[in-house]
Design a protein around this ligand. Sequence first.
Ligand code: APR
Length: 310
Amino acid sequence: MNRSGRRKVTVVGAGFVGATAAQRIIEKGLADVVMVDIAEGIPQGKGLDMMESGPVEGFDMTIVGTNGYEATAGSDVVVVTAGIPRKPGMSRDDLLKTNAGIVKAVCEQVAKYSPEAIMIVVSNPLDAMCHVALTASGFPAHRVIGMAGVLDSARMRHFIADAAKVSVKNVQAFVLGGHGDTMVPLMRYATISGIPVDRFLDKATIDAIATRTRNGGIEIVNYLKTGSAYYAPSSSAVEMVDAILNDRKELLPCAVHLSGQYGAKDLFLGVLAKLGKEGVEQIIELELLPEEQANLDKSIAAVKELVTLL
Ligand code: APR
């Protein structure tokens, strides 16, 4: 909370994901924003440019850009997008070492200036970066949350709506597991206005949607060539910010620290979690079919392997 009593969100990384997230936060009136980046002038310039859109867009939230952490002090939520994005031919895992160093340095500063904050990690490879963030911040596990599932699920919901020719507002669906090729789109729970999706789409179409969802990130990278997705990733991070700031108790698929759920211990993995003012307030553990659990086990093994490389 600001001294003025207004809510405060820090976004670290003023690149494509960070700046777009910051823009969405102030335009939605969720909080004042401090945007931090190592690149001199970039957060300051983008911040001022966004402030100057306020009179036209009609928002009165403030945003400041900075290269230091002093101005971030006392943030309610911190969104970490710092790092390098994925290039064509590069897996999220190739990013591991570089981004681990960046996320560690960032989270130490974040924890120093905002010891009570809830941290949303966006930098990839996501599940591993959540581990780095947890260790570097020293925060309790319920205050470190990874953004992946909301994005992967949003992609899946878009593909379902497109195939079934219905409004995306009617589509509920979610993805479990790691944010990588082993993610598990849980088609059995996908519905259109509460009706199972297999009443609208045949098996081949459903299977193709699951595959396209798993490859959703790389599909965009292959188009953009010089960077990765940022519109849907920033929307997804901001939905989590909103759920926390407004204590919505929203069930969202997020990377959270598991302590035995789904057979995973001391590991960040995408599951349905209730987000509110405390961060992760509940972890929903569903009964899975043997085949679904087997797929999730593969995802657990992939995340474990990545963490050992840290
Ligand atoms: N501290 C602060 N900012 C940093 C640091 C650091 N130590 N290191 C790098 N940055 C900044 C860069 O200067 C850059 O502005 O992080 C920003 C990253 O922005 P982009 O390169 O535009 O990448 P973006 O597309 O936003 O993706 C950021 O999110 O989705 C993930 O895989 C993606 O890991 C990547 C992250």
